[in-house]
Design a protein around this ligand. Structure first.
Ligand code: XMP
Length: 529
């Protein structure tokens, strides 16, 4: 195939976003999302594409560079996920990572062999020669390896750019065609200077302009929303969480009073949430905010229900009913806004059959809009959570909202093991408020992904004064995480744990024991139900 066959018009930008676009072909590595986040940290816009996207599809989006992700398969396997061979003939710079590099070995005329043993973990790479990919990274790089196969023979035109003790071909490049491959993972933090390698590839080799800032995102999005919405009305479900709060403020900036936000108090929220939402969005932002107290309805529906999935279904279904009832009172509405984020989009796509094996069931794609027959407005659908937070900061939103820990849709109902009732909710809400206060006071709130209390369905014995008590147990969960898919428990300082425990036992009636959850995800999960 001639190199000019799929020539790309260099001067165009991706019309959808107004930024140069990098395509990440997703071969299903657990680190694929991290690649995108690193690229975006460099202020370069990227999106995931199916691993077998055709040159025509990439050209149609004016892609400027291609990254082939890693993946769990072996390129030597039959039916291993493969790219369209034409992508190497497009004249675009390509970087293959791990499996992506082995694909180059396979497709460009080299030879890949299974290694004697899998290499996993840290290694040191000697940088060879003076390639633009590894500019300023010599003489040695700390890298993170995770692979089974390796390239034994280089494809024609390529040179070895780096080697490790176990892997004589750890980085390769064909400078003329601007095609590069690395056996290691530059996107993970264990490759401390990996970001510089990505910068070299994207800014210097592919000559992409770093224009992807949240300031430009806010400006563009406001313009786009105004054009799309015109004089019509928009409805938005506001929960007080980060995503729906940032979404509401962004939409309000775009269309002002044409936006109505509906906040449903399902009785399963954290302490002070309803008041806080009113103060912020009605008080500070002067939005048309409709608050509905539906707590009794939800509690009635949940009475005696033990099964967590049944609780979720009831809460989800009832939310839709309450929201619809309230929407009718608003009058004629054309659009429904949702705080869908990029990971939700990717997950629903991979759930439909990509090579990615990570599938999460709780995402907010779908549901309401189909039922209500409204057009969907999802201005955050290309953003990662950290970008949403930056958008909030960019718009000057308060730190308590922008940095709020995620909170599940079914709320405290999935943190009360077994049936939910008003008394248990009161105990849990009070305990949870103390966890949050003490974590904030310790200065650790922002480093932690989620910290909360769980009410267990058992009573244990205690002593208070001369009396024996038989009361509830509260478990504390605090985890760090990048995206909720994996998580580690936080090594909270003793004094913080001690204060949390003392305050809960002394101040919350009905609790005489506090325990700390020291499980990682996987195999545990973050929530207890
Ligand atoms: P798990 O418990 O699956 O949680 O490790 C991962 C992340 O998802 C949140 N989560 C939910 N969010 N509806 C939601 O909107 C749910 O039913 C739900 N269950 C869990 C959880 O808080 C964590 O951030």
């Amino acid at each position: 195939m001639s190199p000019s066959l799929y020539a790309v018009e260099r001067s165009t930008t991706d019309s959808a976003s107004g930024h140069h676009l990098v395509a990440i072909l997703d071969f299903g590595s657990q680190y694929t999302q991290l690649i995108a986040r690193r690229v975006r940290e460099l202020e370069i816009y990227c999106e995931f594409f199916a691993h077998d996207s055709t040159p025509e599809e990439l050209t149609a989006r004016s892609v400027r560079a291609i990254i082939l992700s890693g993946g769990p398969a072996s390129v030597l396997q039959e039916n291993a996920p493969a790219p369209h061979p034409g992508i190497f003939q497009m004249g675009l710079p390509v970087l293959g990572i791990c499996y992506g590099m082995q694909l180059m070995g396979r497709f460009l005329g080299g030879c890949v062999i299974p290694s004697e043993r899998r290499e996993f973990g840290p290694a040191r790479m000697e940088v060879m020669g003076a390639s633009p990919l590894l500019r300023d990274l010599s003489p040695e790089m700390e890298i993170w390896m995770s692979h089974g196969d390796s390239i034994q023979e280089l494809p024609p035109g390529f040179q070895v750019l780096g080697r490790t003790e176990n892997c004589p071909i750890a980085a390769i490049g064909d400078e003329r065609r601007k095609i590069y491959g690395v056996q290691f993972h530059p996107e993970v933090i264990h490759t401390p200077r990996g970001i510089e390698l990505l910068r070299n590839f994207l800014l210097n080799i592919a000559e992409i302009q770093p224009t992807w800032t949240m300031r430009s995102f806010v400006r563009h999005t406001i313009d786009e929303v105004r054009v799309r919405v015109g004089k019509q009305r928009v409805l938005c479900a506001l929960s007080g969480g980060v995503d729906s709060s940032v979404l509401s403020v962004l939409l309000h900036r775009a269309v002002g009073d044409q936006l109505t936000c509906v906040f449903v108090d399902n009785g399963l929220l954290r302490e002070g949430e309803t008041r806080h939402v009113a103060e912020t969005f009605r008080g500070r932002y002067h939005m048309d905010l409709r608050q509905v107290d539906a707590s009794e309805r939800f509690l009635r529906m949940l009475d005696g229900v033990e099964d967590p999935e049944q609780k979720r279904r009831i809460i989800g279904g009832e939310f839709i009913r309450v929201f619809e009832e309230e929407a009718k009172k608003v009058g004629v509405v054309q659009f429904l806004a949702q705080g869908t984020l990029y990971p939700d989009v990717i997950e629903s796509r991979s759930a439909l059959g990509g090579p990615s094996t990570t599938i999460k069931s709780h995402h907010n794609v779908g549901g309401l809009p189909e039922i209500m027959g409204l057009d969907l407005l999802e201005p955050l659908r290309n953003l990662f959570k950290d970008e949403v937070r930056k958008v909030g900061e960019e718009m000057g939103m308060p730190e308590e909202i922008v940095w709020r820990h995620p909170f599940p849709g079914p709320g405290l109902a999935v943190r009360i093991i077994g049936p939910v009732d008003a008394e248990k909710l009161k105990i849990l809400r009070e305990a949870d408020a103390r966890v949050e206060e003490e974590i904030r006071r310790s200065g650790l709130y922002r480093e932690i992904w989620q910290a909360f209390a769980v009410l267990l369905p058992i009573k244990t014995v205690g002593v208070m004064g001369d009396e024996r008590t038989y009361e509830n147990v509260i478990a504390i969960r605090a985890v760090t995480s990048q995206d909720g898919m994996t998580a580690d428990w936080v090594r909270l300082p003793d004094r913080v744990l001690a204060r949390i425990s003392n305050r809960i036992i002394n101040e919350v009636r009905g609790v005489n024991r506090v325990v700390y959850d020291i499980s990682t995800k996987p195999p545990s999960t973050i929530e207890w139900e």
